[in-house]
Design a protein around this ligand. Structure first.
Ligand code: IMP
Length: 342
């Protein structure tokens, strides 16, 4: 079997974790290719509920190797908190692979994400405050810190100092915050080195070799089509490529290797944060969808905005992702409505 891409067709929270989990048994590798711990998927197995933010949901499928690809931004504290919490419940995380090229969310980028949102006031994006945007901005500005930098203290220090040259000007002069020292950032990052070392790999090579052997690779998109930095409702988007194209750049697999693009679509629509939402309901129907569908963010706990199914965005998602298959979720939430406007 081949490479499968799984993406959200709306603004996220379509139930991608559940779809991945159902495919999990027949998949050899599950790869997270974009985003970071802004994501949140809830997977229920038997009596146990698992809320994952950074780890690919394939971590729960026995026999499957979970991979954090190069396109992901990684908060190391969150990574090990999630691993420790899962291992305490008996889940084996020892197969997890982490791309040496993935970027790390440094503490100053979490700070910058939050203060920038406050500074924007009415124009805020409603980010998750996890440092996602500033870390991707650093990647594009070529001042990011990558996983591989952890293994050479001299290089790490140089890169942190280079990033802080500019960051401290902004923190102090624009946002009126305290400057951050390179020493504290480097010490924090180095504290993870020994735990990170065994999981670091050239994941593009690992995945291409797996495909050469005929194994199945599932590339699991975080967020969703309408939150994609290119194809979403810009600027009210996340800062990564959440559409099918991002699966290739975020994992190091060429587009000709992808056989299926599966889009997950919920029977109604939700959105967290600011931005346009044509079918949003600000009435009792919206309240009922939120209550029946338990529409509260897994990451931030925020109530999700709710509205009817939007066929126009589903068709758009089919186009920009080259969708071959759809998975429809949460149809049961609509039980009780006589008619559903589409
Ligand atoms: P950021 O990804 O934290 O920068 O947030 C940018 C926008 O994407 C905000 O509107 C967030 O609410 C939204 N967002 C980020 N991740 C998710 C997700 O996993 N599900 C739904 N919305 C998300």
């Amino acid at each position: 079997m081949p490479a499968l891409v799984l993406v959200g067709a709306q603004w996220g929270d379509e139930g991608k974790g559940k779809a991945t989990d159902q495919l999990g048994g027949s998949v050899d590798y599950v790869v997270k290719f974009n985003g970071g711990n802004n994501a949140g998927h809830t997977v229920v197995i038997g009596d146990e509920t698992y809320a994952l933010h950074l780890l690919p949901s394939g971590i729960l499928s026995k026999g499957c190797t979970p991979v954090i690809g190069n396109g992901v931004v990684v908060d190391l504290t969150v990574l090990f908190e999630e691993i420790d919490a899962l291992e305490a419940r008996g889940v084996d995380c020892s197969k997890l692979l982490l791309s040496a090229d993935a970027h790390i969310i440094a503490s100053y980028n979490r700070t910058l994400d939050r203060v920038a949102e406050r500074f924007l006031g009415k124009r805020k994006i409603g980010t998750t405050g996890r440092g996602i945007g500033p870390t991707y901005a650093d990647k594009m500005n070529r001042v990011g810190i990558r996983v591989q930098d952890l293994f050479d203290e001299g290089i790490l220090r140089q890169k942190v100092e280079a990033a802080l040259d500019m960051k401290n000007q902004i923190l102090v002069k624009v946002y009126n915050r305290k400057a951050v020292t390179a020493d504290e950032v480097v010490a924090d990052l180095l504290s993870f080195v020994e735990r990170v070392r065994p999981m670091v790999a050239d994941t593009s090579l690992v995945l291409n070799q797996a495909l050469d052997r005929g194994e199945t690779v599932l590339l699991e998109g975080g967020q969703a089509t309408l939150l994609d930095v290119d194809h979403g409702t810009y600027p009210f988007v996340t800062s990564s490529s959440a559409t099918a194209g991002g699966a290739c750049t975020g994992s190091g697999i060429g587009p000709r290797r992808v056989d299926k693009v599966i889009a997950v679509v919920k029977a109604y629509t939700t959105r967290v944060g600011e931005g346009p939402f044509p079918t949003e309901l600000l009435d009792a129907d919206g309240e009922a969808l939120r209550a029946n569908g338990h529409e509260f963010g897994t990451t931030t706990g925020r109530p999700r905005r709710c509205g009817w199914y939007d066929a126009v965005i589903a068709r758009y998602a089919a186009r920009v992702n080259g969708v071959t298959d759809f998975v429809l979720t949460k149809l049961d939430v609509l039980t009780g409505w006589e008619t559903i406007p589409v």
